[in-house]
Design a protein around this ligand. Structure first.
Ligand SMILES: Cc1ncc(COP(=O)(O)O)c(C=O)c1O
Length: 368
């Protein structure tokens, strides 16, 4: 089976992890944590980094730090992972959805304006599958209406919007370093910000709101969202390889496009002229002419030894939110279509040219 993704770890990762084991710095203190935070912040063009246990809690921490009040609204795409919407809900806010752009599958920024109300506090752009959101309209509206921007750049490490790195926009940006991400720490996440006071607040919330001067005395409730030094050591080694990782991802993306673009019954990822994609995952969307949905297509590829993953199912279609009375009667046609017709192909940086050809041959065979 050609895997949809595999982590690619090398000698440096082993060296740094071994150092943690040898020195005993295995929990959340140790030099690799600060080094990882500083290097990642610097790579993304930010001042402060706060490392956490995963991308889901990075989002949760960011919205907790925003002090949402009940009824405060956060505008976000319906087409994303549940972590985004649940972070808003856990923090006491209400997610308000927009549909996807039919080309990039990222949030359709032309729909934002109509969703702004007196209760809107923030906008959460989510860069999908390695391609950036069109950030200008987001930043313009944020300035005009005084809204915070919380960027989810989990899938867009090193991607660029008009030559500026994803994860450098707005008040805070959130990352995941799960095993399938460009930079991985196994499990892991980070919140970046340029605001020093906010970074302190995030650090305190991450660590049970312990007070620096007085042990076991608390004025607020926080969380244990700490990352370990062991995990951070992997991250430091991975950042050193960022250029190589992006080069390989872009090669995979360009090579798939080159070999599949003659097929008229599938939509391939685009790279808008203002974007530099990192092709985190190479998604394709089947047209209705194929008379197949993504589940049927995935089964046929699986029987040829090719693993795939389905696209996200929109937040407005999630039973858990429907039960809570959220998004009643709402309809987002692009997200609904791509959720049913979209899947992504093997995209790990270990993918060999031969495996890539096998995948393309498999896609061709099934569609013919
Ligand atoms: C866009 C996006 N945000 C957040 C997350 C959550 O990250 P994690 O899996 O580290 O909790 C993911 C996970 O893959 C993601 O794709």
């Amino acid at each position: 089976m050609i895997p949809v993704n595999e982590p690619h770890l090398g000698a440096r990762e082993l060296e740094f992890v071994s150092e943690c084991v040898r020195t005993g710095w295995v929990s959340s203190s140790g030099k690799f944590i600060t080094e990882f935070e500083n290097r990642w912040a610097q790579y993304c063009g930010r001042k402060h980094g706060v490392a956490v246990s995963n991308g889901t809690v990075a989002l949760q921490l960011a919205f907790e730090a925003l002090d949402l009040k009940p009824g405060d609204e956060v505008i976000m795409p319906t087409f994303t992972i549940i972590s985004c919407a649940q972070a808003v809900v856990y923090a006491g806010g209400t997610p308000v959805l927009v549909d996807s752009d039919a080309r990039t599958w990222c949030m359709d920024t032309t729909q934002l304006k109509n969703k702004i109300t007196a209760r809107t506090r923030a906008i959460m752009p989510v860069h999908i599958y390695g391609h950036p959101v069109d950030m200008h309209p987001v930043m313009d509206l944020s300035e005009k209406h005084g809204l915070a921007v919380i960027e989810d750049a989990a899938e867009a490490h090193g991607a660029e919007y008009r030559s500026r790195r994803c994860g450098s926009f707005g008040l805070m940006s959130c990352f995941s370093f799960y095993a399938n991400k460009l930079v991985t720490t196994g499990e892991g996440g980070m919140v970046l910000t340029d605001d020093g006071a906010l970074a302190e607040k995030l650090r305190s919330l991450r660590n049970l709101c312990f007070l620096p001067g007085r042990r076991f005395y608390h004025e607020e409730l926080g969380f244990n969202f700490r990352l370990t030094n062991l995990q951070a050591s992997l991250g430091v080694a991975q950042i050193e390889r960022m250029d190589e990782i992006i080069r390989k991802k872009r090669w995979i993306g360009e090579e798939y496009t080159h070999r599949l673009q003659h097929l008229k019954t599938i939509q391939l990822p685009v790279e808008e002229k203002w974007a530099r994609s990192v092709y985190w995952m190479y998604g394709i969307v089947l047209s209705p002419d194929t008379r197949m949905n993504a589940v049927e297509f995935a089964e046929k590829l699986k029987s040829r030894g090719i693993e795939t993953r389905p696209f996200f199912l929109g937040m407005h279609e999630q039973p858990v939110f429907q039960r809570q009375g959220l998004f009643k009667g709402e309809c987002y046609p692009v997200a609904e279509r791509i959720a049913r017709q979209g899947l992504y192909l093997p995209s790990g940086i270990g993918l060999t040219p031969e495996q890539l050809r096998t995948v393309c041959n498999g896609v061709n065979e099934v569609l013919e």
